[in-house]
Write a protein that binds this ligand. Structure first.
Ligand code: NAP
Length: 437
């Protein structure tokens, strides 16, 4: 039987999952592929470290270059993480004419152009299913299953850490710090959770999705990114009274009806109020989901585990198999990489239109609501609902919550800027966009 030699760089969480699956599913994989996948070398930093899967030490090397120079390795699997060594390794592998599988969203979000260009030049493949939503096959769905369709919108819950925290806040009424500490205790959050809670991780993933869905070329800094810090248990309680829950959403959608030449898209990551009975509202805990809307198929929901050794390992092994099929049939490059020139442009964030939840902290004085309403109206923002909490103590600010009809982001921000300068406003206004998913 023909053998496909692979070299794996990184034998941590995902690397361990990959080696374990290759071993335990070897017979099924051989039957589906008509070839045998053989691990030739595994690069690590510390060869003496205890591993989750036993592997003969003779396979280990501390020099990733050994994977590049080994002529029996056709596919290099990058599971090192980070962008410095991973970039050097991937570029070296492609430069040597080897195919690459990676699960590294940061690498592709920041250096995708360079990597895809070199892969095209060398006629080799780069597969990266594990980079977005772990084991959930969203990359393959966009690249292959929906190749016939025109995507209109992507709404993703693509960060399990923040989804775990927001679920705890919604269901147990916990403050964010407590929910985060629990997520850390259970291993859902890193010791330094900044990239997750800031929305940065989701923004990196959104760049990869928008590239496949719309032919966009975005860098993470192009995405309007707001994290979950600052959300209060009372925001969840208010959201519930209006029939919503709160999720950190990664949103990319055509914002011109999909008809303008060239096309415009929005790309944003932020907490959003979504209807409590929507499919995404049911995505609880650390689970991930991506809702795609396309012209022919309509809505498609992909749901599953967005991280972990075995779920992510399964996505990586599926990529190795797919890539090996290309090698067996002599058709590398069968599925073209994303286009080098963008097919759409990014709409200015200030032109985005959504409805808004606004939580004002105000002095309980006559005329405050009227003044806020007048300021919103002067910018063409109309109100769909208002709620105010009974004031408990004299002189203590009260929460005033307003839900608006659809409005332009720039008008909304200008109105809030004005309202926050009122002497009756006690704290900066909390704004949460509302998504009709
Ligand atoms: N963990 C997940 O659930 C998950 C989900 C989706 C995507 N990903 C992505 O998958 C990638 C790997 O993540 P992970 O969680 O598996 O990371 P990890 O557990 O920290 O493992 C990293 C591995 O890389 C090795 N390594 C680091 N620098 C190296 C170098 N210069 N040369 C050779 N080996 C080196 C480490 O060696 P030692 O073991 O000897 O230290 C370790 O085995 C990342 O890009 C991550 O974003 C992870």
């Amino acid at each position: 039987m023909r053998e496909i030699g692979i070299g794996i760089a990184g034998f941590g969480t995902v690397g361990g999952g990959v080696i374990s699956i290759l071993r335990s599913h070897a017979r099924e994989i051989e039957a589906r592929l008509g070839a045998r996948i053989v691990v030739r070398r595994v690069a690590v930093r510390d060869p003496a470290k205890e591993r989750m899967v036993d592997l003969d030490r003779s396979f280990l090397t501390t020099r990733y270059q050994d994977l590049i120079t080994d002529p029996s390795i056709q596919v290099v699997v990058e599971l090192v993480g980070g962008t410095t060594e991973a970039r050097a390794l991937v570029l070296a592998a492609l430069g040597a004419g080897k195919h690459v599988v990676t699960a590294n969203k940061a690498l592709l979000a920041f250096h995708g152009d360079e990597i895809f260009r070199l892969a095209q030049e060398k006629g080799v493949d780069v597969y990266y299913e594990g980079a977005v939503a772990g084991g959930v096959p969203v990359i393959r769905t966009l690249r292959e299953a929906l190749a016939s369709d025109r995507i209109q919108a992507i709404h993703g819950i693509v960060n399990g850490t923040t989804n775990y925290i927001l679920t705890s806040m919604a269901e147990k009424g916990e403050p964010l710090a407590k929910a985060l500490a629990e997520a850390q205790r259970l291993g859902y959050a890193e010791a330094d959770p900044t990239l997750d809670v800031s929305g940065g991780d989701a923004a990196q993933k959104l760049c990869l999705l928008a590239q496949l869905a719309f032919g966009a070329r975005l860098a993470p800094q192009d995405v309007l990114t707001e994290g979950i810090l600052g959300l209060l248990p009372e925001d969840f309680a208010w959201a519930k009274t209006f029939g919503y829950t709160i999720k950190l959403l990664a949103v990319a959608r055509r914002s011109d009806g999909g008809t303008a030449p060239g096309g415009l898209i929005e790309a944003r990551v932020h907490p959003a109020l979504i209807p409590a009975d929507s499919m995404l509202a049911g995505v609880r805990g650390a689970m991930n989901a991506v809702l795609l809307r396309s012209d022919a198929l309509g809505p498609t929901l992909l749901f599953g585990q967005g991280a972990g050794a075995m779920p992510t390992g399964s996505a990586v092994v599926a990529d190795i198999i797919d890539l090996s099929r290309n090698l067996v049939s002599g058709s590398p490059g069968r599925v073209p990489l994303p286009p080098a020139t963008p097919l759409v442009s990014l709409r200015s964030h200030s032109e985005i239109r959504t409805s808004y939840y606004l939580r004002f902290s105000v002095k309980d004085a006559p005329g405050v609501l009227a003044r806020i309403a007048a300021t919103l109206a002067s910018r063409g923002i109309s109100i769909s609902a208002v709620q105010q909490r009974e004031h408990d103590e004299e002189g203590v600010p009260v929460a005033l919550v307003i839900v608006t009809h659809e409005a332009r982001e720039a008008d909304l921000q200008a109105a809030i800027g004005e309202i926050d300068r009122f002497d009756t406003t006690s704290a900066p206004t909390r704004l949460i966009r509302i998504e009709a998913v």
